[in-house]
Design a protein around this ligand. Structure first.
Ligand code: AMP
Length: 121
């Protein structure tokens, strides 16, 4: 796949507010936060979408959730709660084609996360 802006963040070619880093994953604040707390957890391995996750990536994707929970506990919002989601492709609202877990917290989040305008045709 072609490089995305997240590859540049991994390679420290552009800045980000990094919260966590290890050999497999990186977590950093979202540049356009949608909640009082909003950060992204990404694998260092570039995987374009959820659909591109291979059998050998299963533990890596689980690791992203472990990183999210570890940061949530460190930052003290784990018990209050949070949302950890990945968007996939156009209808899912994906804009950066390097999988990333959105972690949103700091207020009671709405559900469902869509407008009541149904797609037709
Ligand atoms: P998605 O729409 O699910 O693909 O999410 C992409 C997310 O990446 C959005 O929430 C953006 O605000 C965020 N984003 C894009 N560029 C950057 C950046 N340079 N640093 C931090 N977050 C970014």
């Amino acid at each position: 796949m072609s490089d995305t802006i997240f590859s540049k963040i991994i390679n420290k070619e552009i800045p980000a507010e990094i919260l966590y880093e290890d050999d497999l994953a990186l977590a950093f604040k979202d540049i356009n936060p949608q909640a009082p707390i909003h950060f992204l957890v990404i694998p260092k391995k570039p995987i374009a979408t959820i659909n591109d996750i291979q059998v050998e990536d299963k533990a890596l994707v689980g690791h992203l959730y472990w990183v999210a929970a570890t940061i949530a506990k460190e930052q003290g919002f784990a018990e209050d709660g949070y949302r950890a989601v990945m968007n996939c492709n156009e209808d899912g609202g994906q804009t950066v084609y390097h999988i990333h877990l959105h972690v949103l917290a700091g207020k009671a989040l709405g559900w469902p996360p869509y407008q009541a305008t149904l797609k037709t045709g």
